[in-house]
Design a protein around this ligand. Sequence first.
Ligand SMILES: [Zn+2]
Length: 95
Amino acid sequence: MRFLLGLIAILAAFILLRSLLEPVVKAVVALLTPPAATHTAAGVRSGSAPRASELKKDPVCGTFVAPELAVTQEIRGQIMHFCSPKCRDEYSRRA
Ligand SMILES: [Zn+2]
């Protein structure tokens, strides 16, 4: 009987200790794995990815140029992007 009481006491102490430690453990886990850092890293990656895909290829020299920096020319209803006015002139001369 004393053994059973001791077992119940240990069990009760364990449950009490666990309920006390659970918020502490959760806080430590949250500190060790900051979700904000991974979110920011993913945000930077996804933010730069569409920028890279937006690059336009210069049909004359094959250089990839950012649309905001490119020399543009509308040719047969299509906006073409060139790295320089030289390439644009070369393309319209060929076309
Ligand atoms: Zn070019």
